[in-house]
Design a protein around this ligand. Structure first.
Ligand SMILES: *[C@@H]1O[C@H](CO)[C@@H](O)[C@H](O)[C@H]1NC(C)=O
Ligand SMILES: *[C@@H]1O[C@H](CO)[C@@H](O)[C@H](O)[C@H]1NC(C)=O
Ligand SMILES: *[C@@H]1O[C@H](CO)[C@@H](O)[C@H](O)[C@H]1NC(C)=O
Ligand SMILES: *[C@@H]1O[C@H](CO)[C@@H](O)[C@H](O)[C@H]1NC(C)=O
Length: 258
């Protein structure tokens, strides 16, 4: 008690309750800084699935999207770490700014997903239509909607199987796995990617040539190229570290001609 008294005598404020720190800042003290709206209100971190999908279909779509996001996140993180390394230059050419792609993969991962919807009824009758039997399609009349067709559920390996059984990007293309397929779907959507990308080239050989040729500026807008880079990085960093499974595009072409 004596000690407390003498402390209080030395430091008069010590005995009193410490005043609460002010919660006011220049931003809250002036009405000029009042935020009229919450700028991010209404944004969605998740995609939507329509009531036309069964529980099993929803789970499968959720799994595929989860893989697509994992694939995009690794591409983003690899770009943050290495930027224009040899993998980047192979797919996009040495004159493309890696930040352009960093932004695209970041958008896939963390961008607003409002309105991106997956449905399971073949509403436009294309699951077995002008392109044959296909795993899915985007709708010409509702550009952020994707139809997932019955064939999708039958035979897509998981993303982690990208390099097994001697599968290679050159032999097996950019849509072998669930995650790779869903990344393709997302890249077609205006809200998913910004809507400036298209199917410029298809095979590994054509994508690698595009990046080194006169049309190299198209590589960053080529949907399959964006998938191949992500898959190449995922294979090289995670699945088969330091090796990857890009495969030999010339051998792949030769095989197809046989
Ligand atoms: C702003 O909106 C976002 C998204 O709806 C919400 O998560 C966040 O809590 C809101 N912030 C404020 C300060 O209301
Ligand atoms: C990456 O960019 C830097 C700076 O522009 C340049 O010096 C370097 O040579 C490039 N690396 C490759 C592998 O192209
Ligand atoms: C991958 O490509 C090889 C060679 O073309 C082929 O034999 C194999 O069936 C393909 N794998 C899948 C799952 O399509
Ligand atoms: C480059 O792109 C233009 C426009 O798409 C096309 O007409 C031309 O054939 C392409 N050139 C090569 C060498 O692929």
């Amino acid at each position: 008690m004596l000690a407390l008294l003498s402390l209080a005598a030395l430091f008069p404020t010590f005995a009193l309750a410490a005043p609460a720190p002010s919660e006011w800042t220049y931003k809250t003290a002036l009405k000029e800084f009042e935020v009229p709206t919450n700028w991010s209100a209404g944004a969605h971190k998740g995609y939507s699935v329509s009531s036309t999908c069964t529980f099993d279909e929803r789970r499968a779509i959720g799994d595929g999207l989860d893989e697509a996001l994992e694939l995009a996140a690794q591409a983003r993180d690899h770009l943050r770490r290495y930027g224009n390394d040899t993998i980047f230059n192979a797919w996009f050419g040495s004159e493309t700014d890696p930040n352009l792609l960093l932004g695209l993969y970041d958008r896939l991962v963390d961008g607003d997903k409002t309105g991106i919807t997956f449905r399971c009824d073949d509403v436009d009758d294309e699951c077995n239509g002008k392109y044959g039997i296909i795993p899915g399609y985007f709708r010409a009349t509702a550009k952020d909607e994707t139809v997932v067709c019955p064939t999708y559920y039958l035979a897509k390996p998981r993303l982690e199987e990208t390099c097994v059984n001697r599968w290679t990007l050159a032999n097996n293309g950019s849509e072998l796995t669930q995650g790779a397929w869903f990344m393709h779907r997302l890249l077609h959507l205006p809200t998913g990617s910004g809507g400036r990308l298209s199917d410029v080239v298809d095979t590994v050989g054509a994508a690698l040539e595009l990046a080194q040729g006169v049309n190299h500026t198209q590589a960053a807008y080529s949907i399959h190229t964006v998938q191949y880079y992500a898959l190449d990085v995922y294979a090289y960093d995670i699945l088969a570290p330091g090796v990857g499974c890009r495969g030999d595009p010339n051998a792949a072409d030769a095989q197809k001609e046989e």
